[in-house]
Design a protein around this ligand. Structure first.
Ligand code: MF3
Ligand code: CO
Ligand code: CO
Length: 286
């Protein structure tokens, strides 16, 4: 088969990508590497849409920040999320997503993720709180979360929150074109475990942008040099859940959502949503 026919008939990248990217992907395919499905590479138009969703989601995280304090219920924060989002002609992605009943996930102390906001849950002094928000704008998704420390947080828990953020940042640093997903996982796992913590295995980061949860799964543990090749145009989250104790978790049987640490020790998480570019990455929301 002539090269001309090969490229003409099997072009991998959407319009607007450089010839260099196209050639590098074709080279990865020849080498037998696991490359993303073509539909996971965003068009220029999709990137612009996801960027706009990211701006709103970031403004939303900033907006709720002063509300995350002692004495406030998680339901009050959730109502603010719903109001701000709809005021911006956007939709809170969690609401009725696979039956999830609220507009945000708020996860405190030993709750790892997917905490359901409630009028009965009051934020108290010493809590470490994750607020995870996802916004849909003009059909595009942006997903990010931050930790909040309430009043007098123990030194131990402060360190957990700090190291969890470092894990996320190290993961983002590893996310560049032609690296592998395993490079991200290994770097995060090494940092967490060298601090005596563990990385949750049962939940992962994910492709995000055109849908809430898309391929690939982004594990926060693993082996460098393995897994999918990262290609410019991919959009995904890095959101390591770092446990002070063991990595095992369970889902609350009563609500079917709330994920808790099995040993009852605290967990922390920060989530970034990124775009792989030709030179590195762009943070779409964090
Ligand atoms: N935002 C979460 C994530 O980072 C997903 C929440 S799903 C929900 O993937 F239904 F609980 F909202
Ligand atoms: Co996510
Ligand atoms: Co999220």
């Amino acid at each position: 088969m002539s090269m001309k026919k090969f490229f003409g008939g099997n072009k991998y990248t959407p319009n607007g990508y450089s010839k260099e990217v196209e050639e590098k992907v074709q080279d990865c395919i020849r080498r037998g590497y696991h490359v993303p499905k073509r539909t996971l590479l965003r068009s220029k138009e999709q990137i612009e849409g996801i960027r706009e969703a990211g701006k709103i989601n970031k403004a939303l995280l900033d907006y709720i920040t002063p509300l995350v304090k002692e004495g406030v219920t998680t339901a009050e924060i959730d109502h603010a999320v719903y109001a701000f989002t709809t005021d911006h002609d956007a939709i809170p992605a969690p609401f009725l997503y696979e039956g999830f009943p609220k507009s945000s996930c708020i996860s405190i102390n030993d709750v790892v993720c997917h905490g359901i906001p409630s009028t009965k849950e009051v934020i108290k002094d010493g809590d470490i709180v994750n607020v995870d928000l996802t916004t849909i704008y003009k059909g595009y998704f942006a997903d990010a979360s931050r930790m909040f420390m309430i009043g007098n947080v123990s030194e131990e828990n402060q360190k957990l929150v700090r190291v969890a953020k470092e894990c996320r940042d190290i993961g983002v640093e590893m996310a560049k074109p032609w690296a592998r997903l395993g490079d991200i996982g290994e770097a995060i796992q090494k940092h967490a475990e060298s601090n005596g913590y563990s990385v949750v295995r049962d939940l992962c980061g994910h492709g995000c942008g055109v849908k809430f949860h898309e391929d690939p799964n982004v594990n926060h543990y693993g082996k460098a040099g393995t897994g999918m090749v990262l290609v410019p145009g991919m959009t995904f989250t890095i959101e390591p859940m770092i446990n002070m104790g063991k990595f095992q978790v369970f889902i609350d049987e009563d609500d079917g959502w709330t994920v808790c640490t099995e040993d009852g020790l605290p967990s922390a998480q920060w989530e970034s949503h990124i775009l792989i570019t030709e030179t590195g990455n762009e943070i779409l929301c964090e």
